[in-house]
Design a protein around this ligand. Structure first.
Ligand SMILES: Nc1ncnc2c1ncn2[C@@H]1O[C@H](COP(=O)(O)OP(=O)(O)OP(=O)(O)O)[C@@H](O)[C@H]1O
Length: 600
């Protein structure tokens, strides 16, 4: 546990970079300031002592004012040093939080694009943000408080011997009982319990997010919250853990802690009563009263110090869970960077004995796939759902890196092509197009920021987007999502095609480009596609087999294997899976037309 705390602090300080040294300055200032804050208590002791000695002739007392000034001076110095120390630790905390965000985002930028399929970018950003925030309190306040409290206790032990060790021990004993009770709540097997409690909290948050995402489904099927069993179970698990921790584990130690934090008097008062007879006998009664006043006042700062330790412990715990969230982000795989990049020789795409297995999956999504697409050819990937079509297409622009084999673009392994060159070489049109909440013009320009507005308009025209722009209030400058602007799936797809046309890449990968299109949009999309694909190397994935009949070659993928390959005619003649798919497809089309007639 102690090692874990040390590790947490040293990892965090590594994120502080150049500001690490400032932490030590801040901590040293905090320690000195705590020392300064003890001095006024000593002055109180001296004042009380002089007053009691001079009693009843108080005019004899000479040094009270001097003690007053010394107390004031040290109190002010303590405050100033504490603030400068806090300034230093805050600077470190802010820089560390900034570095956590920067380093995390830099790492994520090197992750393959496919990683974001399973890890939503919002979730990753949320993880980094919350982790950065959770480390701030520890570095800005808690560490300084821990050091300050250590100095305080060291000061107490020294003062215990200087004035009256018995009263010092009484104060210290109550502090020690309080600390032991506090750590018994957090240490040993309770630390594990605390981790489980936090894990239950995390599970509840995740299940809650899933539930909110699924609200439309819940509403459509008129289900209740109880239909989301995982969420309900997560809430129950969390509340059981919380009740057990707060009720069973914390009740006794918490009560002891609170009693002794505020109650140095529990030992101090009986002790003094016990000592009165002997001091009256020795003639040291005035000394006893002076010391009692000192320890009674001094014990008040113990409770403040203990409360700070308590916060500091939870701060360390919070920071350590924050570090595990950062670890999750930093575990994201990164694409190998080539040291001596090569330029593709032409626009061909070749798969050589390629296999690929998703992380955590037992069965390969692709097994020993080999095919070649010559420059200017159109090759279609078809086959049953889950056959590996999208996976194969994703390996070309390195959304993932192959597990075995080689993918080549222009006769060069894609891993040996500079990432920017590869991205310039390949345009990818996804099934599910993402448009940004900005103008249509900017949305298209993302593909080629140096393009002129005229080029963008030309691309939009070629992608048959004129009707979309005409109906928008500010034409091409309309912000998508603003003023009730809504684009259908097919319309969004045409904007995405305009992007790909503007990019002007020699290789085009189309993943179900017509997936979300109604018949009217489909015709327009097909026209846009014919512009985009003209004289380019095209790899297209399609379920609507009518879109692939003219392809130079059709590859049929099933369960990660190529099971048939050829032209539309050759595959029909083979009488295999493609032939069956073609019959099924035509029956489905006919069924649609027939049922359409029935409705009419
Ligand atoms: N991100 C992922 N993580 C883990 N497994 C995945 C992931 N994406 C796909 N798979 C699995 O890989 C296999 C191939 O999926 P892929 O999406 O490539 O098939 P597909 O032929 O494109 O299917 P569809 O036609 O339904 O889009 C499937 O078993 C699928 O469950």
């Amino acid at each position: 546990m102690k090692d874990k705390k040390k590790r947490t602090i040293s990892i965090l300080l590594a994120y502080a970079g150049n500001y690490k040294a400032l932490t030590f300055v801040g901590l040293a200032l905090s320690a000195i300031s705590m020392f300064c804050s003890i001095v006024p208590y000593v002055c109180i002791w001296l004042v009380v002592r002089d007053l009691i000695v001079a009693m009843p002739n108080f005019s004899k007392v000479q040094n009270v004012q001097t003690y007053g000034w010394i107390a004031f001076g040290f109190a002010m110095l303590g405050i100033v040093l504490y603030f400068i120390g806090l300034l230093c630790t805050h600077l470190v905390a802010f820089r560390t939080a900034e570095n956590i965000r920067k380093i995390g985002m830099n790492h994520i930028m090197k992750a393959p694009l496919g990683y974001f399929d399973n890890n939503a970018s919002g979730l990753i950003r949320g993880r980094l943000d919350s982790a950065a925030n959770d480390t701030e309190t520890l570095l800005a306040h808690n560490l300084a408080d821990i050091i300050g409290t250590i100095v305080l206790f060291a000061g107490m032990v020294i003062l215990m011997f200087v004035f009256d060790w018995r009263m010092g021990a009484a104060c210290l004993l109550s502090a020690v009982i309080s600390i032991v009770a506090m750590f018994s709540m957090m240490g040993g097997k309770n630390a594990k319990l605390m981790e489980e409690y936090q894990a239950a909290q995390d599970r509840m948050t995740k299940a809650g997010t899933e539930y909110v995402r699924g609200v439309p489904v819940v509403k459509i099927f008129q289900q209740t919250v109880y239909s989301f069993k995982t969420f309900k179970k997560a809430i129950e698990e969390y509340s059981n853990k919380a009740e057990y921790y707060q009720g069973e584990v914390c009740r006794v130690p918490q009560s002891i802690n609170l009693t002794f934090t505020e109650g140095a008097f529990i030992f101090l008062v009986p002790l003094v009563i016990f000592l009165v007879p002997s001091t009256l006998h020795d003639g040291n009664f005035s000394n006893l009263v002076t010391n009692f006043v000192f320890y009674a006042v001094f014990s008040a700062i113990i409770s403040t110090a203990l409360a700070k330790i308590m916060f500091a412990s939870s701060g360390i715990m919070l920071a350590s869970t924050a570090l595990s969230r950062i670890d999750l982000v930093m575990k994201a795989p990164t694409l190998e960077k080539c040291i001596h990049p090569k330029m593709p020789e032409d626009n061909s795409v070749i798969f050589k004995d390629v296999s690929f297995t998703y992380e955590g999956s037992r069965t390969p999504a692709l097994s020993h796939i080999s095919f070649r697409v010559e420059p200017g050819q159109t090759v279609a990937l078809v086959g049953p759902s889950g056959g590996g079509k999208t996976t194969a297409a994703s390996l070309i622009p390195r959304f993932w890196d192959v597990s075995e084999g080689v993918v080549e673009v222009g006769h060069v392994n894609v891993k040996e092509i500079d990432q920017h060159v590869l991205m310039d070489q390949v345009a990818f049109v996804f099934q599910n197009t993402k448009l940004f909440k900005t103008s249509i013009l900017e949305n298209v320009k993302i593909a080629n920021p140096s393009a002129s507005d005229d080029d963008v308009m030309h691309a939009l025209k070629a992608a048959r987007c004129k009707d979309i722009i005409d109906k928008l209030p500010n034409g091409v400058h309309t912000i998508i999502g603003s003023e009730g602007t809504y684009l259908s799936g097919g319309e969004q797809q045409r904007i995405a095609l305009a992007r790909a046309i503007l990019k002007n890449a020699p290789i085009v990968v189309l993943d179900e480009a017509t997936a979300f299109a109604d018949p009217e949009n489909e015709v327009l999309i097909q026209k846009a596609l014919s512009v985009l694909c003209k004289d380019r190397t095209v790899i297209m994935i399609a379920h609507r087999l009518s879109t692939v009949v003219n392809a130079d070659r059709i590859i049929v993928l099933e369960e990660g294997h190529i099971i048939e390959e050829g032209t539309h005619k050759e595959l029909l003649d083979k009488n295999g899976l493609y032939h069956k798919m073609w019959i099924d497809y035509n029956q489905a089309v006919k069924w649609k037309i027939t049922s359409g007639k029935e409705v009419a």
